[in-house]
Design a protein around this ligand. Structure first.
Ligand code: ASP
Ligand code: MG
Length: 422
């Protein structure tokens, strides 16, 4: 079970969490469960700690940053263990270095290399609840590391994989994964299940329910995830009744469809992302090596390029190249390219951060034609102009004017028959 920052914010909420955890551990009809719980820091706490680091030293050492920011989870894990004990249940915390959660890669954005937890497993089998602070691990040198913001989701999936859990229930402030953002479309529906691939696309294109990396890890390790709300009434459905959204393999999804528990849809969900910016380089030489000159410096600076379009060459052997980068990296990207104007040989840089990327996602489109044309028709009927297009096997994305985001999402939700019935 994993609980996010909103669920852990304050002793009152931690008590509710403890009650949910205890109910799961006690189980139904005398069938107890072995439960490991992964927790986030209290909402806002990690931001507060990051600010302290900035104030202390603007050019902070990432290893010391990790010491500071990992402490939020240390507090909540201890508090949850204490609260469970006060309810009469055996419980203890297992810090990252105690399990241990071994990590590799740079401080502040480490990756989990392995979790070896024989001691914890033995105590689970003896009926003790394990409480694990998310987000933290230990490096080869024995120093504390953290996994990047939102990393507790990944900790939870990694712990679930390590103990071969039946399920990893991720409790959060939403009650599942929706066909689209319910704040934009009132008729958005909660999905009973999505596949890992779909969730990866939905997570990376802006449906921020889970850290993207956690979904990739779950897919690799075969961990079944359920996303569900921790804000439930006392009489609400138990997690075992699967009230949230399951994130599962293609095979399990097929079985659910066969059993009639799910309907196979062409499009599963619609995501939007306003955090990208568009860059156009005009009159780039249309010759081998030209685009390599553009994208190599961006890659070296770890700037993620997403959509790319290169127009066909005009006369004079020139072409325009358009692409998107995260808005936060736009200034840096622009400076890097300006510095290489001669080398790349472009004429002008035009940038625009008032764009949005809208994506329709669904495994169903692997085997069906016409998904993209439905999208283009629906948008054009509302006069929405498409500035760029990109596709994968299970996704079609378009770039549009940011002001038209909400309209586009609504129009597409209807066009693919996703609206909930009245
Ligand atoms: N507390 C960390 C953060 O705010 C990790 C997490 O909650 O997932 O990013
Ligand atoms: Mg989170």
């Amino acid at each position: 079970m994993k609980f996010g920052g909103t669920s852990m914010a304050g002793t009152e909420r931690i008590r509710r969490v403890a009650n949910i955890v205890r109910a799961q551990a006690v189980g139904r009809n005398g069938e107890a469960n072995e439960v490991a719980v992964v927790v986030s820091a209290m909402a806002g706490e990690t931001d507060r700690l990051v600010n302290f680091c900035r104030e202390a030293n603007a050019l902070y050492d990432p290893a010391e940053y990790d010491v500071v920011v990992s402490s939020g989870e240390q507090v909540t894990s201890g508090l949850l263990a204490l609260t469970l004990q006060s309810l009469g249940h055996k419980a203890r915390s297992w810090l990252g270095w105690q399990l241990p959660v071994k990590t590799e890669g740079a401080h502040a954005k480490a990756r989990i290399a392995s979790i070896d937890a024989p001691d914890m497993v033995a105590r689970l089998e003896a009926g003790e609840i394990a409480v694990v602070p998310g987000f933290q691990g230990i490096t080869d040198e024995g120093r504390i590391s953290t996994l990047g913001r939102g990393g507790s989701d990944t900790s939870a999936v990694a712990v679930a994989a390590a103990v071969k859990a039946d399920r990893c229930d991720i409790y959060t402030d939403v009650d599942g994964v929706y066909t689209t953002d319910p704040r934009i479309v009132a008729k958005a529906r909660k999905l009973k299940a999505v596949t890992y691939e779909e969730m990866l696309e939905l997570a990376s294109v802006g449906a921020k329910v889970l850290q993207t990396r956690s979904v990739g890890l779950a897919m690799k390790a075969g961990v079944r995830i359920q996303v569900l709300s921790s804000f439930v009434d006392d009489g609400a459905a138990l997690a075992d009744d699967l009230p949230g959204t399951l994130i599962v393999s293609d095979e399990e999804m097929d079985q659910m469809v066969e059993r009639g528990e799910m309907e196979r849809q062409l499009v599963t969900g619609i995501a939007h992302d306003k955090n990208e910016a568009k860059v156009i380089l005009t009159r780039v030489p249309d010759k081998p090596g030209a685009v390599a000159h553009i994208f190599e410096p961006l890659a070296d600076a770890s700037i993620n390029v997403d959509m790319i379009i290169q127009n066909v060459g005009r006369d004079k052997g020139e072409t325009d190249v358009t692409f998107t980068v995260p808005q936060a990296d736009l200034a840096r990207a622009q400076a890097l390219l300006e510095d290489r104007r001669e080398e790349i040989g472009f004429n002008r840089i035009i940038t625009d951060s008032k764009i949005a990327k809208i994506s329709v996602v669904g495994v169903g489109m692997k085997s069906h034609a016409g998904v993209a044309s439905t999208m283009f028709r629906a948008l054009s009927d509302r006069g929405i102009n498409i500035q760029a297009i990109s596709t994968s096997e299970i996704k079609v994305s378009v770039m549009i004017d940011e002001d038209e985001t909400e309209l586009a999402v609504r129009v597409l939700h209807t066009a693919y028959g996703l609206d909930a019935e009245e």
